[in-house]
Write a protein that binds this ligand. Structure first.
Ligand SMILES: *Cc1c(COP(=O)(O)O)cnc(C)c1O
Length: 346
């Protein structure tokens, strides 16, 4: 609901929207956020939007300083993946990509990137070994990368403990980039993607779950970054059994690099995750999507440098997020499934 995730969690943004289109309509009818579409090229509005995002990034930075003791720069890109830790949601692909970027920074003088802070948050079920190992890897990479002065703060990695809705209210409004990278065909909908969108984050995602509807709502690929296998391709691999993680490892040097680093001591011993990817044949196509994911990050950085365009995209995301309020969902259920009429309270 936009009441909790926009009006409640982001009062600064909510006030800006009130001042721009009035409060009377969108508070009760979130679809009317689309009145903001008239302001997506309005410089003073976009400047205020940018200032609010910065303020909320400072707020998350302060939280992280207090809880993790890590200094993060609110001027860096805040790239955030918060959700249950699960193989299909592919937090492992995210952290492997960070390992790749770190390696490039250390070894390739021609490689450059915008300073980025990567946030992870979420719980693993107690007996879910691979999920627990993924958290352990995220923290191992964070320890190494955050303390390497030679990369001049270009990458910071933060694992937010005990993620839940209250911490979510600090996290979602602070995102520049919303990581929605589940293997196509696996996510029924997702709701985190919607919370990020109403707070002006740009979706970096696969064509899965409600990312499909988000892409449509924002008018296509100009205002989100979509990458990777399509659901049909994934289902075809499952049906034919033709995917080979081992072939991917042998033919893709970026993949080989990061998989080797799981066991060569760079970050400690993650034989479990290496075996999961290679011996168990990478059931969620992390290796297959790896290069496309890296390219998607390059695209994000290209867009982030064009501040006006970025803020315009951010505004377009907010303006078209109303359809994702649970109000609309409940209305649809009431009308189409339950066939009940609302009772008006006098
Ligand atoms: C929204 C939310 C989720 C669901 O996130 P997805 O990205 O859709 O998986 C899970 N946990 C918490 C605490 C949330 O607020």
């Amino acid at each position: 609901t936009h009441r909790r995730w926009l009006m409640g969690a982001n009062p600064e943004l909510s006030d800006l929207i009130d001042a721009t289109i009035g409060s009377r309509r969108w508070h009760r009818h979130p679809e009317q956020l689309d009145l903001l579409n008239d302001y997506v090229e309005d410089k003073p509005f976009l400047e205020k939007l940018g200032a609010i995002k910065h303020l909320r990034k400072e707020g998350l930075a302060k939280y992280v300083k207090e809880h993790n003791g890590i200094d993060v720069d609110p001027d860096s890109i805040f790239d955030i993946q918060v959700k249950r830790i699960h193989s299909y949601k592919r937090q492992l692909m995210n952290i492997l990509h960070i390992m790749y970027q770190y390696h490039k920074l250390k070894t390739d003088p021609d490689f450059d990137m915008l300073p980025t802070t990567y946030f992870f948050g979420g719980k693993a079920a107690p007996g879910y070994y691979i999920a627990k190992e993924t958290i352990r890897l995220i923290n191992a990479v964070a320890d190494k990368v955050n303390n390497d002065a030679s990369i001049k703060g270009k990458i910071k990695v933060v694992f937010i403990e005990n993620f839940g809705v209250s911490i979510g209210e600090i996290v979602y409004p602070a995102a520049d980039v919303s990581e929605q990278i589940s293997t196509a065909s696996k996510e029924a909908s997702g709701t985190g993607n919607m919370k990020f969108m109403m707070n002006g984050a740009i979706t970096l995602g696969t064509l899965d779950g409600a990312n499909v509807e988000i892409r449509d709502a924002v008018g296509g690929d100009e205002n989100c970054v979509i990458f990777g296998l399509k659901a049909e391709e994934v289902l075809n691999y499952y049906a034919t059994g033709t995917y080979s993680a081992w072939d991917e490892y042998n033919t893709n040097e970026n993949v080989r690099l990061v998989v080797n680093q799981l066991t060569d001591g760079t970050y400690g011993n993650f034989q479990s995750l290496s075996d999961y990817l290679i011996r168990a044949n990478d059931e969620f196509f992390i290796l297959k999507d790896f290069n496309a994911y890296a390219d998607a990050h390059v695209e994000i950085m290209k867009r982030y440098q064009k501040r006006f365009q970025w803020l315009k995209s951010s505004a377009i995301n907010i303006a078209n997020s109303g359809v994702f309020s649970s109000d609309r969902t409940i209305d649809e259920y009431a009308n189409e499934i339950w066939q009940v009429k609302p009772v008006m309270i006098p």
